[in-house]
Design a protein around this ligand. Structure first.
Ligand code: HEM
Ligand SMILES: [Cu+2]
Length: 528
């Protein structure tokens, strides 16, 4: 538990020898500045990717072609997926890591402060490459975010731009992860053993190892596509003796751990928020650490559950089915622990807690539909259908995004020094959860009835549910502007936040004043 009030005695601001204006942000090596930039970048990309989702949903509002031609439609699904995964969700959690890890472990900054600056500033060029590829001849990559050959070997220059963007984004997240591992292993306050770290730090330690392990695999896969495209190799090109299915194996060896790269930090955030608003310590801390590690390890040996229809041997299908089902065990442990933390707690339901409970219900639902899809015989029917789209949006939106909102509301007082508008926060939550379910719940039925994904048109039998889903999507999109208003209001003013505005909150981050001064913990606190 936190012992020393904050190191705040030494935390005077050194702003006098710092550039001001835009150069402050370009040259900053301060983890708080960099964390804020990550979070703003992520939100901006969330809006860009969101507009693309709305183009898709506008087209799917009715059967027939109305809004975009089929090629543009495919570019929209591809860029939406790439932008949401690499531009919105991953940077959001790296933003949380930057802001909070040093504060949580009592470190003065991240281990490699200059590299940290570079990790962030790689992101905007990658985002520009991706989005501007819409304007080049032939348009953006239209292969889906999975970038499967043979399509990707054939497309125009937009595909090369996507490949380079993926390279840059990958380098950025590898550097960010090296920074996080080094910081967590070397810069903890005296007395903070690994098993006393806040769970958010544990989840990021595990995630960072996943990133370092699998981002190079993706980089290799897309580089092989690049050389197939331009340098006469035939890794994946069947005409030259290559094998497109090989790409799928390599991609999903990255891709499945990737979904945990997104989900595990989200687990970390709710593991901070739920105890705070239950006014009880996290139930089963050690089992949380072991469960999270098990999930991470298992995530390496289940990849071909995305490939049941490629014609693999039955033994392979059975292996990947049972291996995948195993993941339900540690996940069940985690869900049990969150619920047990709330059990007989003194609960209150401020916005961070609402988003965490929303996460708990809906992420679990997404986990269950994942279990359904893990069954080979079932997946052969549901593969590439809207059931899959429903499944991964329950995991990504109601899982990762809701958890990011929980974290944002939880730490906004620490970041800005003001309390956010609780009424507006709750409005944001309720609008989001209603419209989210309206958008995605019905997609389970569409998938079960056989509607394929990545298709701009559909037969009449699917009309009603698609209309409901599209209305939900526009409602969801608009509701996110409420969040923007809350954040801007909170930055400008509002009730002053104390150092520890949540009475149930635990941890060193609450021992420094709100807003957290530019420099904190220049002398490490003693942690007992
Ligand atoms: C909440 C607003 C969102 C809406 C309305 C939305 C809507 C859609 C739609 C309509 C598709 C196309 C489905 C298809 O035809 O296959 C799609 C695909 C996808 N979405 Fe979202 N989405 C949202 C948020 C997110 C978020 C936050 C993520 C985070 C990671 C995400 C990740 C993806 C991915 C990976 C794909 C697959 C793209 C592909 O097929 O290549 N979405 N989304
Ligand atoms: Cu998977």
């Amino acid at each position: 538990m936190a012992a020393i009030p904050g190191g705040a005695d030494h935390a005077h601001d050194h702003d006098h020898h710092q550039p001001s204006g835009i150069m402050r942000w370009v040259t900053t090596t301060n983890h708080k500045d960099i964390g804020s930039m990550y979070l703003w970048f992520s939100f901006a990309m969330f809006l860009v990717g969101g507009v693309m989702a709305l183009v898709i949903r506008a087209e799917l509002f009715q059967p027939g072609l109305q809004v975009v031609d089929p090629d543009r439609f495919n570019q929209m699904t591809t860029l939406h997926g790439l932008i949401m995964v690499f531009g919105a969700i991953m940077p959001a959690f790296v933003g949380f890591a930057n802001w909070m890890i040093p504060l949580m472990i009592g470190a003065s900054d991240m281990a490699f402060a200059r590299m940290n600056n570079w990790s962030f500033w790689l992101l905007p060029p990658a985002a520009i490459l991706l989005t501007s590829s819409l304007l080049v001849p032939g348009g953006a990559a239209a292969s889906g975010w999975t970038l499967y050959p043979p399509l990707t070997v054939q497309m125009g220059i937009g595909m090369d731009m996507a490949i380079f963007a993926v390279h840059i984004l990958g380098i950025s997240s590898i550097m960010g992860s090296i920074n996080i591992v080094t910081t967590l292993l070397n810069m903890r306050a005296p007395g903070m053993t690994l098993m006393k770290m806040p769970l958010f730090c544990w989840t990021w330690l595990i995630t960072a190892y996943l990133v370092i392990a699998v981002m190079p695999v993706l980089a290799g896969a897309v580089t092989m596509i690049l050389t197939d495209r331009h340098f006469g190799t035939s890794f994946f090109n069947a005409a030259g003796g290559g094998d497109p299915v090989l790409y799928q194996h390599i991609f999903w060896f990255f891709g499945h751990p990737e979904v945990y790269i997104i989900a595990i930090p989200a687990f970390g955030v709710v593991s901070q928020v739920i105890p705070a608003f239950s006014r009880k310590p996290l139930f089963g801390y050690a089992s949380m650490v072991y469960a999270t590690s098990s999930i991470a390890i298992l995530s390496f040996i289940v990849w071909a559950h995305h490939m049941y229809t490629v014609g693999m041997p039955v033994a392979g299908q059975l292996y990947f089915m049972f291996a995948t089902m195993l993941i339900a065990i540690p996940t069940g442990v985690k869900v049990f622990n969150w619920v047990a933390t709330m059990w007989r707690g003194s609960l209150s339901f401020e916005t961070p807690m609402l988003f965490s409970i929303g996460f708990l219900f809906l992420f679990t639902l997404g986990g269950f539909s994942g279990l359904v899809l893990s069954m080979t015989a079932v997946d052969i029917q549901l593969h590439d259908s809207y059931y899959v789209v429903a499944h991964f949006h329950y995991v990504m939106v109601a899982g990762a995004l809701f958890s990011a909102y929980a974290g944002a509301y939880y730490w906004l007082p620490k970041w800005t020094g003001h309390m956010y508008d609780e009424k507006l926060g709750k409005l944001h939550f309720w609008l989001s959860i209603v419209f989210f379910n309206m958008t995605f719940f019905v997609q389970h039925f569409l998938g079960l009835a056989g509607m394929p994904r990545r298709i701009p048109d559909y037969s009449l039998q699917f009309a009603e549910f698609n209309m409901i889903s599209s209305i939900g999507a526009f409602g969801f999109g608009l509701s996110q502007l409420v969040f923007l208003i809350v954040v801007l209001k909170c930055i400008k003013g509002g009730e002053k936040a104390s150092a520890k505005p949540w009475d149930g909150a635990e941890g060193l981050e609450w021992t420094v004043p709100s807003p957290a001064p530019h420099h904190t913990f220049e002398t490490p606190p003693v942690f007992k």
